[in-house]
Design a protein. Structure first.
Lengths: 290, 156
């Protein structure tokens, strides 16, 4: 039973991976590959042996589908947007847009056309991806199992690649705006001349490596913490749903319902935090306050 | 927990979505929002203006009403005065007329009395003559005694 339980969990946490296996690789069913092959991984070990050159088709597929859903709905509302009496959809979309716009205006005081739509995309997209966590854990995987797909992880944000992909994009924007607003010299200065500074030139030079270490770490920590916070919360939530699913079916509701209700909060909060931190980081990138 | 190409795929998808949102979703919704805000602000301003106008109109109408009342009161007073004047004048006229009539009547009476007196005097003269004739049994030469008779009549 312990074996099957851990197998069940392992199975649920395995992404549907499409990647390149090297020549001479012995697959799970015992066959040996003649050439390097792009294929679907049949086991978790195969998936990890694919190394970097692999795609999590499920994560990416769901992420793109949910992002497209978000944009489809919002585009629909945007096309029909009227300054007269708004309909239900427009009302909803306007509430979201105003909420995000308000959050951006409260935190970011510069002029930037990218940040507000970026924040809206992050909030809605991350929210939708998190929302997949509330779909019963076995529901979609079973459906895809019937269609012949072995693995299916439906919550993209429980995949660290997805959260890292987003946080590194944000990181790229941080670097871009830092360079654009402060210039190369300003940015380098910010990294090397703070937090410790001195009027003595010699001391100043001596402090450069220390400052650079501190500021570098805090800079690098931004995307990492952004990605891992979202991933960790959702991964843990998903894991608990899986553990609850191990209980006898008649007892599951007693735990899964409260956890799901609590998770509604987590889902929204994590999406909001991701958005808010993005705004904060980007507004820091725009400021010469040091 | 394998780090792989998915990360880059996600970053690309993220980039595309953000660009789409920036180009096709955000601007129209924001434009609609701002336009509505402007409309509401305009509407509020217009209603403020209308309220002010209404107040002014009310004040003006009250003022005009007051003026009209004053005017009417003035007119009535004037009319009363005029009526009193007319009554007074007609009273005067009537009095004068009456006086005149009375005087006329008095004059007439006087005249008639004089006439009567004259007639009477003539009558008395002739009666006196007749009486004298009877007394004297002779006719009195009227022309001879006329002077005396007239003197007598004048004494009556």
């Amino acid at each position: 039973m312990a074996g099957s339980a851990s197998e069940y969990i392992q199975h649920h946490l395995q992404n549907l991976t499409y990647g390149k296996l090297p020549a001479g690789y012995e697959r799970a069913d015992g066959t040996v590959l003649q050439d390097a092959t792009w294929t679907l991984a049949h086991t978790g070990r195969e998936a990890s042996d694919m190394g970097f050159w692999a795609l999590h088709i499920d994560s990416l597929g769901w992420a793109v589908a949910l992002g497209a859903l978000f944009l489809f709905i919002f585009r629909l509302a945007a096309k029909r947007a009227t300054s007269d009496q708004p309909g239900g959809l427009q009302n909803f979309v306007e509430v979201m847009v105003e909420f995000v716009d308000q959050s951006v205006k409260e935190t970011f005081h510069g002029k930037n056309k990218v940040i507000a739509p970026l924040s809206l995309t992050i909030f809605c997209w991350v929210f939708l991806m998190n929302l997949m966590d509330l779909v019963p854990v076995d529901f979609l995987p079973q459906l895809f199992h019937l269609m012949g797909l072995e693995y299916m992880k439906v919550v993209p944000t429980t995949d660290v690649n997805v959260t890292l992909g987003m946080s590194l994009s944000v990181f790229a924007l941080i670097i871009y705006y830092s360079l654009k607003v402060k210039g190369v010299g300003g940015f380098v200065g910010e990294l090397t001349l703070h937090p410790f500074s001195s009027d003595n030139l010699f001391l100043k030079i001596l402090l450069v490596p220390i400052n650079f270490l501190l500021e570098g770490v805090s800079l690098i920590a931004k995307p990492i913490s952004l990605a891992l916070r979202l991933f960790g919360n959702l991964y843990a939530g998903e894991l608990i749903f899986i553990l609850i699913a191990l209980l006898p079916f008649w007892a599951q509701w007693a735990l899964s319902v409260p956890w799901a209700i609590f998770h509604i909060l987590v889902i929204t909060l994590q999406a909001f935090i991701f958005m808010m931190l993005t705004i904060v980081y980007l507004s820091m990138a725009h400021e010469d306050s040091h | 927990m394998n780090i792989n190409l998915t990360m880059i795929g996600q970053a690309i998808a993220f980039f595309i979505f953000v660009v789409f949102c920036m180009k096709y979703v955000w601007p129209p919704i924001m434009a609609a929002l701002q336009e509505r805000q402007k409309k509401i602000a305009d509407g509020l301003a217009a209603s403020d203006r209308a309220a002010r106008d209404l107040e002014l109109a009310q004040e003006k109408s009250a003022q005009e009403l007051r003026e009209a009342k004053q005017q009417a009161a003035g007119l009535i007073e004037q009319a009363n005065k005029r009526a009193a004047q007319i009554v007074e004048a007609s009273k005067d006229d009537a009095r004068k007329e009456g006086q005149k009539l009375i005087e006329q009547a008095k004059a007439e009476i006087e005249q008639e009395r004089n006439q009567a007196r004259d007639a009477l005097r003539a009558e008395i003269a002739s009666i006196a003559v007749a009486g004298a004739e009877k007394i004297l049994e002779t006719s009195v030469d009227a022309s001879k005694h006329n002077e005396m008779l007239e003197k007598l009549a004048a004494e009556l």
